[in-house]
Design a protein around this ligand. Structure first.
Ligand code: ADP
Length: 607
């Protein structure tokens, strides 16, 4: 709809009212003037008649027609009035303008009729003799006896052309019309000025209201001196509304930012959906989990982006019932199976109407995996402990059943019990060591400091020298004396000892072990210190290599048990190296020996 400006609402109405009142005034004044002027002219003519009435009556009474005619002509000329004298039978006996003999019977003229019967008669009509419109006033001339009611009078008629009266009236009308037009123009001007004055602050308010709509509340409206009370009140109300709106918007924006930051920083995948299951909000974790960018997820149905019947069922249950829904489900993501903890709750508006739901998906795969690892670990530990424990229990029972005097047998059994106890102790020690290192890594308690690598290796050699000597093995060390690396000395010594013990353990007597140390520049890791421990022993099958650093993994169970291995040595090595932000690798060939290599950064890494 095309809306008009305020000025076009006020101006035409104002103009119409002005014009109507002007026309009414014009009509009324013109009619009143007309009447007034006619009356006034009539009275004037009548008075003129009365002024000459007596002289005329005298001349008529004396029947001095010639003199009467001359008198009429003279007075008529002087007063610009036509004077006519008519006898009671209607015949003109004198006339100021025409020859009376040429004028016919006047008894039928309305003014003459009245005057003959004794009453003043007036009439406005076209004069056939003069060819112009005339105003006639006829008075009866006083007769000899006024008592006779049927007496017919001589008539004195004075007249003047109506054109003169009409001209005067026309002039008057023109003057009234001109002043009317001037008044109308002034009224129109006043209407324009008033409408402008009213509309100007309104236009300013409209402009500001449009700015408010664009959320721009920066410049408040000013109440100027030419503002009316109503406009001033409206301006103040608008300014206070703008202030309150700004406050509300600020609060909403802050709350929205807060909410977005919370949503973005949450590890849980969160989606807000409407009643039709279309996504309205999705956080970064959900985008990552579903591998979909937020702009593609918004507006799409959960079915299209989740493609999982279990979640779809839970979403339906959430939207259907008042209860919050929580359930663990699994889904296939790529080639992997993942576990998700689903939590869903309905969203209600201020009137208690449901407008959607919040769906939270928590990836609990890691927790489930950890639980699995723990379960396996407990099973492994129990299994590892069970073997020596069963042995200890069995031999103890056997001793109890054996003849106490059979000392040799008893001693043999006790030696077995001692060996199994040592094994038990070794397992427990290694487990404690492993959990200590894990705890230190978890609580960031390991602080590598620049240490001479050579000194650590010397210490480790010292620890293993007895074992090496027992098997008549030689250990060769090739390490630059001044080479430094950030290390936790005690832990790194432990890792090297574990590797050396294994190298000695899984080698034939009189064999040799070599320790080589060097610097290597790795592509993405900077400069690394490389410590390799090589033996020429039994070696390890390729199929075992990927699992070698797992807890309780043994490539050769019998041999390991026989040699008192716990299956935890390499797991400890792996953890220590990881605590140094390094890695450990193994190369091996059955029958030819193995090389275990530790890589740790040559300089302190940030963080
Ligand atoms: P263990 O206490 O049984 O030696 P580790 O964790 O130290 O446990 O080693 C795991 C397994 O790896 C051992 O059981 C052994 O089979 C194999 N292994 C480790 N080091 C060597 C090596 N130098 N030569 C051959 N096999 C080895």
């Amino acid at each position: 709809m095309q809306l008009k400006k305020l000025v076009w609402h006020i101006f035409p109405a104002n103009l119409a009212v002005t014009l109507c009142s002007l026309l009414a005034i014009l009509w009324y004044s013109s009619t009143a003037l007309d009447q007034f002027h006619s009356k006034w002219t009539e009275t004037a003519l009548q008075n003129r008649a009365y002024l000459i009435e007596e002289q005329i009556a005298l001349l008529v009474a004396k029947d001095r027609k010639k003199e009467l005619n001359t008198f009429c002509r003279r007075i008529g000329r002087k007063s610009s009035t036509r004077i006519t004298v008519i006898n009671p039978s209607g015949t003109v006996i004198a006339d100021s303008d025409e020859n009376p003999e040429k004028l016919g019977d006047h008894s039928n003229r309305p003014e003459i009729k009245s005057a003959i019967s004794g009453k003043i008669g007036t009439n406005l009509r076209f004069s056939s003799s003069l060819g112009v419109k005339m105003l006639y006033v006829a008075i009866p001339l006083p007769g000899p006896s006024a008592a006779d009611k049927n007496e017919k009078f001589h008539v004195l008629r004075v007249s003047m052309p109506a054109s003169a009266i009409e001209q005067t009236l026309r002039d008057l009308r023109v003057k009234v019309a001109i002043s009317g037009i001037i008044v109308a123009l002034l009224a129109m001007l006043a209407a324009i000025i008033i409408s402008k004055r009213i509309s100007k602050p309104l236009e300013e308010m409209t402009r500001r209201a449009e700015q408010f709509a664009r959320e721009n509340f920066s410049s408040p409206l000013a109440v100027t001196s030419d503002c009316s009370l109503e406009v001033g009140t409206l301006v103040n109300a608008m300014n206070s509304m703008a202030f309150k709106l700004q406050e509300r918007i600020d609060t909403i924006v802050n709350q929205r930012n807060e909410l977005q930051t919370i949503l973005a920083s949450m590890a849980e995948a969160i989606m807000v959906i409407d009643n039709d299951k279309h996504v309205t909000t999705i956080n970064a974790s959900a985008c990552r989990l579903l591998k979909i960018p937020a702009e593609k997820a918004i507006g799409r149905s959960t079915q299209a982006i989740l493609r999982n019947i279990d979640i779809e069922r839970l979403v339906d249950t959430t939207l259907a019932g008042p209860e919050a829904v929580a359930e663990e489900i699994s889904m296939v993501k790529g080639a992997k199976k993942i576990f998700l903890q689903y939590s869903g709750v309905r969203l209600l508006d201020s009137n208690g109407h449901q407008f959607g739901a919040v769906v939270v998906l928590n990836d609990v795969t890691h927790i489930r995996r950890l639980e699995n690892v723990r379960r396996e670990f407990v099973a492994n530990v129990s299994h590892e402990l069970m073997t020596p424990l069963t042995s200890i229990k069995g031999y103890t029972e056997t001793i109890l059943d054996t003849d106490p005097n059979d000392r040799e047998q008893t001693r043999k059994f006790l030696e077995i019990i001692l060996r199994q106890s040592n094994r038990l102790q070794a397992i427990v020690n290694d487990l404690l060591e492993l959990s200590r290192i894990e705890k230190e890594i978890e609580y960031n308690e390991i602080h590598p400091v620049p240490t001479r690598v050579r000194s650590i290796l010397d210490e480790a050699l010292q620890v293993c020298s007895l074992k090496a000597a027992e098997k008549e093995m030689t250990i060769r060390l090739n390490c630059p004396t001044e080479l430094m690396a950030p290390m936790d000395g005690q832990l790194m010594e432990q890792a090297i000892v574990n590797l050396l013990v294994n190298a000695i353990k899984y080698s034939n007597p009189s064999s040799k072990v070599e320790i080589r140390v060097g610097l290597r520049t790795a592509k993405n890791h900077g400069e690394m210190v490389e410590i390799s421990v090589q033996d020429y022993g039994v070696g390890i099958g390729q199929e075992h290599l990927p699992f070698l650093f797992d807890r309780f993994y043994r490539s050769d169970k019998d041999r390991s048990r026989k040699l008192g291995g716990t299956g935890l040595g390499l797991a400890i090595v792996k953890h220590i190296v990881q605590a140094h932000q390094g890695r450990v690798e193994v190369e091996s060939e059955v029958g030819h020996g193995s090389v275990f290599t530790i890589f740790i950064p040559a300089t302190q890494l940030p963080g």
